[in-house]
Design a protein around this ligand. Structure first.
Ligand code: SF4
Ligand code: SF4
Length: 449
């Protein structure tokens, strides 16, 4: 196991961290396959309202990349197909009916895995609707089917507030995880790099022999893009497939059991949750069911599917999407500022700057969605530069993007951006650096297609 210390970054200490107790939820009455919060997806429907479906029946696929298939997380009848702005598909809702039937996929054991052709293995994962869980750098989209990656990185921990702990989601499932690693090795032709963070997955004794890189540092030290930036000197060496630890288990379950995996371990956390923790839920479950009676009373809450910094805003009436493993609730914070509030020492305000008392104290503080002021011009404070884990000089890259100087933005390292969101978080001028850099990366991706 190689130890690596990754510099820069920032640990956001906010309240509502889930503990490691695992609660199971009662089965939902409805589930849905969600298209809304999946980047780069252009879905084409394969069902209509009233159709009967089994668990694992195709509901929609990407128009440009038909290998990205989204399967039904339950058996029953399609009760709604919801569209958003400009008729973009949001979700396909299934009313569950007993007894639930499931599509059968071919099963694979250890001997079968040793003998199977990599092309056949890819085909099985595509048919089983899980190809989109294997993503590739630099754009973090589903991996191309026709290319073998230079390396595969599996990351077990996620330091962003708040994601499932590997000590919970790998409990009693290490053998299955090993099988998943062998699947990735077969697909890519090389053994995966497996990373863990100090104090996280490395504390599980059975996992230690599997971990190749032990990472130490602040958020986002867990991110494979940061590891590759620090350890590979040429940009072409930083291309890789990246897979989350829990997704390795899902790939293994699909292949070993021959059924579409619908069990997920997710975290419910954030300052808007009264009793945060880990939940065992069903894929596609209503987000409102996940919250149940655990939300803080008396607050208007924002639902964020994913972590605080990289998650996406979700409607409370929405459902859990394929790639999501966390639900964070944050008070909207749309109250007006109190009289002379700016003179208070800020003991309860999370901040990067040392101007508030909270940054000198070790305890977690509540956070809300209040921006505390409007967007202002850049004051050259260099906060964004100090936290950026990949030395991009975010303010200069941002200016190059706004000026349409794509070449200059690329020279600054635009494609190395790991989209961690720290630059936007720490900017005292409230400049949306992350959003702009993500848009610029997406435009470069379109040009490269
Ligand atoms: S530019 Fe911003 S979002 Fe990108 S890696 Fe740096 S801090 Fe993170
Ligand atoms: S943190 Fe914001 S204000 Fe400070 S240098 Fe970066 S962009 Fe400018």
């Amino acid at each position: 196991m190689e130890r690596k210390h990754l510099k820069n970054g920032f640990t956001l200490r906010i309240s509502g961290a889930p503990d490691e107790t695992l609660a199971s939820l009662p089965p939902p009455r409805q589930v849905a396959a969600v298209a809304a919060r999946t980047r780069f997806l252009k879905p084409r429907l394969a069902v209509k309202v009233g159709d009967a479906v089994k668990t694992g029946t195709l509901l929609f696929a990407d128009k440009r990349r038909p290998e990205l298939r989204f399967l039904s997380p339950g058996a029953g009848r399609v009760s709604a197909v919801n569209f958003g702005p400009r008729r973009s598909l949001q979700e396909v809702v299934i009313d569950l009916e007993e007894p639930e039937e499931a599509e059968a996929f071919p099963r694979l054991d250890e001997a079968g895995l040793a003998a199977v052709d990599p092309e056949e293995l890819r085909r099985r994962i595509v048919e089983g609707g899980l190809w989109s869980l294997i993503r590739e750098l630099p754009f973090r989209e589903a991996a191309a089917l026709d290319r073998r990656p230079p390396q595969v990185v599996v990351f077990l921990d996620n330091l962003e507030p708040f994601h499932p702990s590997p000590r919970v989601y790998l409990q009693g499932r290490v053998e299955r995880f090993r099988f998943g690693l062998r699947v990735l090795e077969k697909l890519s032709g090389r053994p995966p790099i497996v990373t863990a963070c100090t104090g996280g997955a490395e504390t599980v004794a059975e996992l230690k022999p599997l971990i190749t890189d032990l990472l130490q540092g602040r958020y986002p030290a867990h991110d494979p893009g940061v590891l590759l930036y620090r350890s590979r000197h040429r940009p072409e060496q930083r291309q890789a497939w990246i897979v989350e630890g829990q997704d390795v288990l899902l790939l293994a379950e699909l292949l070993q059991e021959g059924r579409y995996p619908i069990r997920r371990i997710v975290t419910l956390g954030g300052p808007g949750v009264a009793s945060p923790g880990h939940l065992e839920v069903r894929l596609g479950a209503p987000l409102a069911d996940l919250v149940g009676g655990r939300a803080a009373v008396g607050e208007r809450l924002r639902f964020v599917a994913g972590g605080v910094l990289t998650g996406a805003r979700a409607e409370s009436a929405s459902f859990l999407a394929l790639h999501e493993k966390a639900l964070t609730l944050i008070p909207e914070g749309d109250r007006p500022g109190g009289l002379l509030e700016w003179m208070l020492p800020g003991r309860q305000k999370p901040s990067y700057s040392r101007a508030f008392l909270s940054s000198w104290m070790p305890s977690s503080v509540p956070m809300d969605c209040n921006r505390h002021g409007g967007i202002r011009a850049c004051i050259q404070c260099a906060f964004c530069m100090r936290v950026c884990p990949v030395d991009i000089l975010p303010q200069l890259t941002y200016k190059a993007v706004l000026a349409g100087e794509t070449e200059e933005a690329l020279a600054h390292g635009l494609l190395d951006c790991v989209e961690c969101g720290l630059c936007s978080l720490v900017c005292p001028s409230k400049i949306e650096l992350l959003e702009t850099l993500q848009r610029a990366k997406a435009a470069v991706r379109e040009e490269m297609r």
